[in-house]
Design a protein around this ligand. Structure first.
Ligand SMILES: N[C@@H](CCC(=O)N[C@@H](CS)C(=O)NCC(=O)O)C(=O)O
Length: 221
């Protein structure tokens, strides 16, 4: 790829899924003009935005002349194909399946349970108060991270990162969970392999620059 497409990224400072895209863009040396969708104000439900992303979810990556691309993992794989260096997937089919599997445990089975639309339903329709919502968040963050920890600790393919000694899509999806847990002041104990890998990721500027608190619109800590 010689000239990168003119990307617009519909985003919000504190979102886990957009964090993943920011990390991938940073790793690839790509840029995107960010357009704020304020999830606290509910702008994801605006009719104009729903035309771009009918799920009412960010990120959405827009290139001139094409429909918006949604789903962070699909966007990550797209970026990896148009800008192959550094690769976000291993070269072998079994390795790629393992990385995608770990990524899905986090991006598909963990993160969606704690999104604003789920919170909205549970608090408006299912009688959840703030304490019940907090217990829900802790339950699903803990379930997801402990399951990933069990795999990472047991499987020989784990290295400095989730798969070997290079950053992959699995590390990006993994880092996207603690990145938002700190916003909700939630911690999960007894995940030493994840803690070790997260320390490696945080030392990489592409990850550090994607931190929610370094984004436009973020409150100061
Ligand atoms: N599976 C989607 C999840 C997208 C998603 O749920 N994004 C959240 C922010 S992290 C969102 O926009 N939520 C809006 C809502 O739940 O109302 C992805 O990975 O892109």
């Amino acid at each position: 790829m010689t000239v990168q497409p003119e990307f617009e990224l519909y985003s919000f400072w504190r979102t886990s899924a957009t964090y993943r895209v920011r990390v991938a863009l940073n790793l690839k040396g790509l840029t995107a003009r960010e357009r704020d969708v304020d999830l606290i104000k509910g702008e994801q439900r605006d009719p104009e935005f729903l035309k771009l992303s009918p799920m009412g979810a960010i990120p959405a990556l827009v290139e001139p002349g094409h429909p918006a691309m949604t789903q962070s993992t699909a966007i990550l794989e797209y970026l990896d194909e148009i800008a192959p260096e550094p690769p976000l997937l291993p070269a072998d089919p079994r390795g790629r399946a393992r990385v995608r599997s770990i990524a899905a445990m986090l991006a598909a089975d963990t993160h969606p349970l704690i999104t604003p639309r789920v919170r909205g339903y549970l608090t408006k329709e299912a009688g959840f108060d703030d304490a019940a919502w907090k217990r829900w968040q802790i339950q699903w963050f803990t379930t997801g991270l402990q399951a990933v920890e069990a795999r990472l600790a047991a499987e020989a393919e784990t290295g400095d990162f989730c798969h070997g000694d290079r950053v992959t899509l699995a590390d990006i999806c993994l880092a996207s969970i603690p990145a938002v847990m700190k916003i909700f002041a939630i911690e999960v104990a007894d995940i030493p392999t994840i803690d070790r890998i997260m320390a490696r990721c945080e030392a990489i500027e592409a990850f550090a620059a994607a931190d929610p608190y370094r984004q436009a619109g973020a409150p100061s800590r």
